[in-house]
Design a protein around this ligand. Structure first.
Ligand SMILES: [Mn+2]
Length: 347
């Protein structure tokens, strides 16, 4: 942990919002538990230290049932960014993302005063901006946990549970891209968390569409060398693509998964790998060049294709293009995909 740095940054941030009536905290679109908990924690820090109430906003939807249950049970107040006037705020903060990387509905022209993130630094810092980007951290929430420690802020059960669940899901229980500070935060937050609520979140009921998506992921899955590709086509919310990608990475002999879907005329891409010699964030950016935007970490990355045609044939064509680019980036021979279910090679 870097408590000295956390103390300095949190101090500067608190001073920046002190006396400001209108504070906005933006999480990335279709927020995951890490973005939600980091925003929740930052608003709590500001409330305790300055008495100011911040508004938490994001684009897209809280899609996964686990995440919706987290928001409901832990009473995290998130509003759609379309419903707020971003020009109305004195201070704008961004968590778990950076301006100009394509995963936030916050207009690019909007001034961002505070950025807290754990993705590689991509934003160009400008004057008087406070940027705490620690790309060695597995979860953005861990940075916020350090702020809480440094500022000696008491963590209630709800906030602790949200933060614990965030680190747990982001690092897959400290199995993926975790750092010693994540481990420490995870251990300390566990003892403060409500395990009954944690169970309710992790075992949330899912609708029938969920299983239709599972079926589509399996039916469409093709394997090229150690790369598995699936296409869900139209989905109700983008998170499902990432969820299926995580799950299919368990397939024997597969070490890279590319998942695709389309939501509200936007293509949704998800890339997963368990190979430590690859950097998923860079791979996906190479793949979407000229087609959209993307970013991520070493083992998990995501992208957006804008605009995306609703036509299946066009979407299939895009899939072929992305597979070609991915195989090339990995230095693999072009091959025909083998169906995950079924013996004979097709397509
Ligand atoms: Mn994150």
């Amino acid at each position: 942990m870097d408590l000295q740095r956390s103390l300095e940054y949190s101090e500067l941030m608190i001073e920046k919002v002190r006396g400001k009536r209108n504070i906005l905290i933006v999480a990335h679109d279709n927020p995951d538990p890490d973005a939600l908990a980091a925003a929740y924690a930052l608003s709590h820090l500001f409330l305790v230290k300055t008495g100011e109430t911040a508004v938490i906003a994001c684009g897209g939807v809280v899609g996964r049932r686990e995440n919706r249950t987290m928001v409901e049970k832990l009473e995290i107040d998130v509003v759609p960014i379309e419903e707020v006037d971003v020009n109305h705020f004195d201070v704008v903060c961004m968590v778990d993302s950076q301006p100009g990387t394509g995963n936030s509905a916050l207009p690019d022209c909007c001034r961002v005063d505070i950025i807290i993130d754990h993705h590689p630094l991509r934003t160009t810092p400008c004057d008087r901006q406070l940027i705490d980007v620690r790309d060695g951290y597995g979860a953005c929430t861990t940075i916020l946990y350090e702020y809480m420690l440094a500022q000696e802020v008491y963590l209630g059960t709800r906030l602790a549970t949200a933060m614990f669940y965030a680190i747990r899901s982001e690092t897959q229980d400290l199995g993926r891209e975790w750092s010693p500070p994540d481990r420490k935060a995870y251990q300390q937050l566990l003892s403060l968390s409500n395990n009954r609520i944690l169970f309710e979140i992790a075992h949330a009921k899912v609708p029938r569409e969920y299983f239709l998506n599972v079926n589509q992921a399996l039916e469409s899955a093709r394997i090229f060398h150690d790369v598995l590709v699936f296409n869900l086509y139209e989905v109700e919310h983008p998170d499902i693509v990432a969820e299926m990608a995580d799950s299919l990475l368990r397939m024997d002999g597969v070490s890279v998964v590319l998942g695709m879907g389309c939501c509200n005329k936007e293509g949704v891409l998800s890339l997963r790998t368990d190979r430590e010699d690859l950097f998923a964030g860079q791979l996906i950016r190479q793949m979407v060049e000229g087609l959209g935007s993307a970013g991520g970490h070493g083992m998990i990355a995501g992208g957006q294709i804008r605009p995306m045609s609703g036509n299946h044939a066009v979407q299939k064509e895009l899939e072929n293009t992305l597979v070609k680019r991915l195989l090339k980036a990995l230095d693999y021979e072009p091959v025909r995909g083998r169906r995950l279910l079924g013996g004979s090679p097709t397509m």
